[in-house]
Write a protein that binds this ligand. Structure first.
Ligand SMILES: [Zn+2]
Length: 480
């Protein structure tokens, strides 16, 4: 028998981590009061189980103290299946005819039970006409009939339908609750486990009881106990390793190791950045501030790796106390609090800017007043990595250049210089090449002839090539 079936709760006290929902349902059962329900929550979160306990409790003749069905009275032992009729909307069809056919059969007073719940699972898949036709049944149900709607997407449901139901949110278990849950079951089943592995499993399975138990059963089925290694091997968890590797490279300020770690990490850039932000936040609260806060259960299991990361940062910034890293961490967290990535490419560039901050400017930024570090746009101005003096690429000093163009829609020379400087930075520090195309508009051309514009652009191109030591290679060209 599957663990998830074996441990499916039959009483409210067996339901883990849903205190608010359980309180409401058991309260209704004790008051012998029926109510239409709307349960929201992820797939596998236990919505159906809760409705089933409620249906049996309403019919039970000798409720237990906590409002649960007694499991012994004639109603509990005989009629348990009649009190709940399920309809899977996406599976059986959400159009009006299909719903009507089902409702008309079941929306009748029950012969065997006092209360009967008509349960529509994944109710967001109801077609609008089906939802409209259901409205009247929900408003004026037959004696002893209740409707329960369950959905993962409550925003898709008609407000008129929602307003006639009692909303109940079934949440995933918190990481500590999920671990306690897994530990209780593992003990009862005599499964060998270590707690870090349970925490890792809780993270992979995102706190849904059925998933958690299926996961526990799968790992235990390998016959090698539930260890961090067996969980990792079964669920192919590699990403945390890339993240740790990346942070170690940040700690030592090693740009090539950072690029290598990112290269090995097979995920979307936006997910990687989410990982970076999560680990930064987690280390900040747990290691630096010394508070025990679960930010990410999976990352919490990697205590020795996290300690190594913190040591690497301490060594690089020559600080003795872990708490001395707080100013550095604040600057890094501040960077991400202001970053807004809209797509993969933007996210990639942001990460490059973050690496530049960590590798070259972190010490400097922490010694600046906060207001200044906040007002500085990330990444500007850029300096070359070598000790050579910074080369001015676009000719005259910035202050001598008059802004060109009549509004925000035009780039002036200052903007162009900033783009080129930024491109230069990415090429030098991250091996990222960029294509840039500039179009010269009449407002600019009106000031000089086309020929002189081309000459100016060509000169600019030569200076650019010269600045990068690429004079002989085809570096840029002018299209007229
Ligand atoms: Zn009973």
């Amino acid at each position: 028998m599957m663990l998830a079936d074996k441990y499916r709760p039959r009483r409210f006290k067996d339901v883990w981590g849903q205190d608010a929902v359980v309180r409401q349902l058991s309260g209704l059962a004790r008051a012998r009061r029926g109510s239409h329900l709307l349960l929201t929550g992820a797939y596998g979160s236990g919505k159906t189980t809760l409705v089933r306990i409620f249906a049996r409790a309403l019919n039970c003749e000798q409720l237990t103290e906590d409002g649960s069905p007694c499991d012994e009275c004639p109603s509990c032992s005989s009629a348990s299946d009649d009190c709940l009729v399920e309809y899977d909307v996406p599976g059986r069809g959400g159009d009006k005819d299909a719903i009507r056919a089902w409702v008309d059969v079941h929306n009748r007073e029950s012969i065997t039970t006092k209360w009967k719940i008509l349960f529509l699972d994944e109710a967001h898949a109801l077609k609008p006409t089906a939802a409209d036709s259901l409205l009247k049944d929900v408003e004026e149900p037959r004696a002893g009939v209740l409707f329960a709607l369950a959905t993962t997407e409550p925003w898709e449901l008609k407000p008129t339908l929602k307003s006639r139901t009692l909303p109940l949110e079934v949440r995933p278990l918190s990481a500590p609750d999920a671990v306690d849950f897994l530990e209780t079951i593992a003990r009862r089943e005599g499964i060998f486990y270590d707690r870090d592995a349970l925490l890792l499993l809780a993270c992979v399975k995102q706190g849904h009881p059925r998933d958690l138990l299926n996961g526990l059963g799968q790992v235990a089925g390998l016959g090698r106990g539930v260890t961090v290694e067996t969980v990792k091997s079964l669920f192919a968890i590699h990403d945390a390793e890339s993240l740790i590797e990346y942070f170690l490279a940040l700690g030592t300020g090693d740009a090539s190791a950072q690029i290598a770690a990112m290269g090995r990490w097979r995920e979307r850039m936006s997910s990687k950045i989410q990982g970076v932000q999560t680990l930064l936040t987690s280390i900040y609260y747990n290691e630096l501030l010394g508070r025990k806060i679960v930010i990410d259960a999976l990352l919490d299991t990697l205590s020795s790796e996290r300690a190594t990361i913190v040591s690497a940062f301490c060594a690089r910034f020559r600080v003795n106390e872990v708490s001395d890293l707080i100013p550095y961490w604040s600057v890094m967290l501040d960077f991400w609090s202001r970053a807004r990535s809209t797509d993969e490419e933007a996210a990639r560039l942001q990460l490059c800017l973050f690496e530049d901050l960590v590798n070259r400017r972190l010490e400097h930024e922490t010694s600046e007043p906060v207001s200044r570090s906040l007002s500085r746009a990330p990444g500007a101005p850029f300096r070359r990595r070598s000790k050579e003096p910074v080369k001015t690429i676009a000719g005259a000093p910035a202050t001598d250049i008059e802004p060109v163009g009549t509004g925000d829609q035009y780039l002036g020379p200052l903007h162009v210089r900033k783009i080129v400087n930024t491109a230069s930075f990415f090429v030098q520090h991250h091996g990222q090449t960029l294509n840039a195309a500039f179009t010269v508009y009449p407002s600019w051309r009106a000031r000089s002839s086309e020929a002189s514009a081309i000459t100016a652009i060509n000169r600019f191109r030569e200076e650019l090539a010269d600045a990068f030591g690429l004079a002989s290679a085809p570096f840029a060209r002018v299209c007229t």
